[in-house]
Design a protein around this ligand. Sequence first.
Ligand code: ZN
Length: 235
Amino acid sequence: MKTLLANFLMLQEVDNRLNVLKLQKGDLPMMIQQLEEDLSERRSRLAGFEQKITKLQNDRRMFEKEVEASKGQLKKNEEKLYHVQNNKEYDAISLEIDTRKVEIENLENKIIQTLEDEEELKKDSSALGQEISGLENQLKENQKELEDINQQTQEEEARLLQEREKIARGIEDRYIRLYERIRQAKDGLAVVPINRSSCGGCFSAIPPQRIVEIREAGRLHTCEYCGRILVWTER
Ligand SMILES: [Zn+2]
């Protein structure tokens, strides 16, 4: 049990030092992650705009072809009008001409609509493009900053992680799990020494009888209030 407690304490000390290194990075990792998410959302929105623009352009080409075909028909009908034999035929051709004209007008309106929609989309996508490049710059800056910090701390972090692994190997899995569980729930602090008869984590007082038991280290003791593992140290 004493070995376990000593290992627990060493593990906690290494984790505390790792935590200090992590704190040096501050919000940077989180900011970078957020920026990456924002960027990917905007990039897919931009791709959506581009798809819509392509569709509008295709639609417009189709409408333009239809207009051309309709105009061809209209011309034929207008020529026919010169050679009509009777009123009935004249009326029929006139009706067809009117229909064509309406058709052409509708198509031309559709073409104008695609032009307007495209212009609107291009405006939106250019604004979005600017937003994206702004975010990209910000991301680059943050990545650079984090990289600098990483370069400074990398070596120490690697050494601490190695040390941590070595200590962790000497602790049974179930105790590692217990340690991790408390550490996660309690702000990274799972193992605490007793300071002035109080829990080193939450500072609540510990009765003298319990302190004696904890000193004896016959079994694992956790703080009644915060649940952290209590360890007696001769400091
Ligand atoms: Zn406590």
